[in-house]
Design a protein around this ligand. Sequence first.
Ligand SMILES: *Cc1c(COP(=O)(O)O)cnc(C)c1O
Length: 397
Amino acid sequence: MAAVPRPDLLERLAVQTAERAQAQLQRRLRSVERAEGPYIESNGRRLLAFCTNDYLGLAQDPRLISALEDAANASGVGSGSAHLICGHRREHAALEEALAEWTGRERALLFSTGYMANLGVMQALLQRGELCVQDKLNHACLLDGAQLAGATLKRYPHADVGAAARQLRSDVEPSALLATDGVFSMDGDIAPLRELAALCTEEGATLMVDDAHGLGVLGKDGAGSVAEANLSEQEVPVLMATLGKGLGCSGAFVAGSAALIDGLIQFARTYIYTTAMPPALAAATLCALHIARKESWRREKLNQLIQHFRRGAEDLGLPLMPSRTAIQPLLLGNAQRALEASRALETQGLLVVAIRPPTVPQGQARLRITLSAAHEQAHVDRLLAALASLRLADAPV
Ligand SMILES: *Cc1c(COP(=O)(O)O)cnc(C)c1O
């Protein structure tokens, strides 16, 4: 039997990479030599950055650095193993307890990254063929999680609760998980959480909220979008958030009932078969959590900057999107146009990344501007002046 020639996998990958470059959609890695407040140094140039997710300006806080150093001096760098072997240290336990208390949940469980948390939750909760209903603009790892679990994935148009209801009702499969971002990572708007919770209660579906961009930023004491919507553990049984955004550290957690957490410890493969995060990082994150809760001036300052930016952008006629969070994208449409705008800003000493397909839908390329409590009003004014010089308002979207 004549064998079909096997494709050379690396050659095929190289062809795909070349096609991306040809379509001007290539992703490029930038090496950052130094970070200092809202500034970064890259290729020997100092740039004012509007693209980190360090919304409260905590990533370089000296108190976090001390907490990290102290814990590393006391217990070393690596955890040495997975949580279930002997990697679960008291620093992890203390952080889990504080996260549960902050979010008003019975318990919390740490994961090494948000990506792993979402894969683990979906794979533990969903069986093959069961229904997973998701907002079309959910983060990539929620979509991947449902696919990895072998669930039947249905995606409703962005924030369309009616469409979500139809998808839940159209399926014969009785078990269903509805998953949504709390704050959408590329758009900055907030999911209709109360309506989705009511729908899930009515339909007997389980609601999962990924609050990566809400934690620290929204709600009383920064407890997040779910707290802001005043939704209980019964209404949002699965709450996930990351520690690498508003808290300025790294990692993630899932919070909910003791039954959920016990189940994840048994069945979430991305929890079981991976090294526990460095305990010193857990100690630094606990420090960040206390600061985020206590120093509400960070949220107030951030909100003032957001309002200042939006007022200025409106005056300039810039294509703002309906967002009241730290994520303030300018919708430019064409990928080339977004890329050119980003390059032009860089020549003026500003770093704002262009987000292009496939990260966002075709024709919806944008500048993803993020603000932080590390910025000052003068920084935002500098951004507005640079944006004005690009004359973005004149060209068609
Ligand atoms: C960043 C992000 C994640 C992934 O978290 P990491 O800790 O960076 O892996 C998951 N969900 C959303 C909505 C995110 O924005």
